[in-house]
Ligand binder design. Structure first.
Ligand code: AMP
Length: 287
């Protein structure tokens, strides 16, 4: 059945209030649209936990820097709604920027240390935009559970921190990265890639596989694991923002002299005008 589509925040709150009053458990999947199977896997993860599933589609201007791809970010609402219909979404919320940030808007939510490295270094202000909009969506929807992809690994950690620190009554469901058969992580930004660039993008997942192989062979030195990934990424891309192996909780280098039992390797790199991110957890998964 096609989902109901709501554009007005007040109508969204009313629909979710009514569902909760009727005893339904409400689940939330925040997205920026241009939906793919990665997004739909988040909806599926909420299936057993919730009765009414809300998927939001909002290209959030607050999380884009002036030099980012806000204007050209793909907007495919009709296709997205059709996909939602076959994926178990009950309600799509697609607000305008003006509805979310009316004149006079001046309140933000900011998480500290875990937002600083990696994406924080290359996209200043990005996480402040993410945490603020997710907060607003939590307040409008009142979900008991919300699903996020570990494709955006640092975002997942930042939002987990926010929910814990501010005692938000939301169960955070982290979902594994959905990939194409050849290893490319699904992303709305993959639409920007020409066939040649798409082939080059495989350097990211190849780099992660190299680090995984080295970890499996017993390597525990974070710098050497990152270097193994870097070796595969560098020849394929135009520019690397970072290739790092860090502690999965703090996103900092593991303390000197310790042997980590878990790490996460994170990559951000540019191919032409497209910026791609990918990651892999080494050791026990933490979600
Ligand atoms: P976005 O629309 O890119 O903001 O992503 C919305 C949500 O979908 C975020 O929680 C992402 O981490 C998640 N997501 C995006 N791509 C994937 C993927 N390939 N596998 C799993 N989750 C994903």
């Amino acid at each position: 059945m096609p989902p109901r589509v709501i554009h007005d925040p007040v109508a969204l709150r009313a629909a979710c209030d009514a569902a909760r009053a009727a005893g339904q458990r409400v689940g939330l999947v925040p997205t920026m649209g241009a939906l793919h199977q990665g997004h739909l896997s988040l909806v599926a993860a909420l299936g057993p936990l919730t009765d009414l599933r809300v998927l939001t589609i909002f290209v959030n201007p607050l999380q884009f820097a002036p030099t980012d791809d806000l204007e050209r970010y793909p907007r495919t609402l009709d296709d997205d709604v059709a996909l939602c219909g076959s994926a178990g979404v009950d309600l799509v919320f697609a607000p305008s920027p003006a509805a979310m940030y009316p004149p006079g808007f001046q309140t933000h939510v900011e998480v500290e240390a875990v937002t600083q490295p990696l994406e924080g270094e290359f996209r200043p202000g990005h996480f402040r935009g993410v945490t603020t909009v997710v907060n607003k969506l939590f307040n409008l929807v009142g979900p008991c559970a919300a699903a996020f992809g570990t494709k955006d690994y640092q975002q997942w950690r930042v939002l987990g921190r926010m929910v814990q620190d501010l005692s938000m009554p939301v169960e955070m469901v982290g979902c594994p990265i959905v990939r194409e058969a050849d290893g490319l992580a699904l992303s709305s930004r993959n639409r920007y890639l020409s066939p040649t660039d798409r082939a080059r993008a495989l350097g990211l997942s190849r780099g992660l596989r190299a680090a995984e192989a080295l970890w499996a062979a017993g390597e525990r030195d974070a710098a050497r694991l990152a270097a193994a990934a870097h070796e595969h990424v560098a020849p394929s891309v135009d520019r690397i923002d970072y290739v790092s192996a860090v502690d999965p909780d703090t996103l900092q280098a593991p303390p000197a002299g310790t042997t980590p039992t878990r790490l996460v390797v994170l990559i951000a790199a540019h191919i032409g005008t497209t910026r791609l991110i990918d990651n892999a957890e080494l050791g026990a998964s933490s979600h």
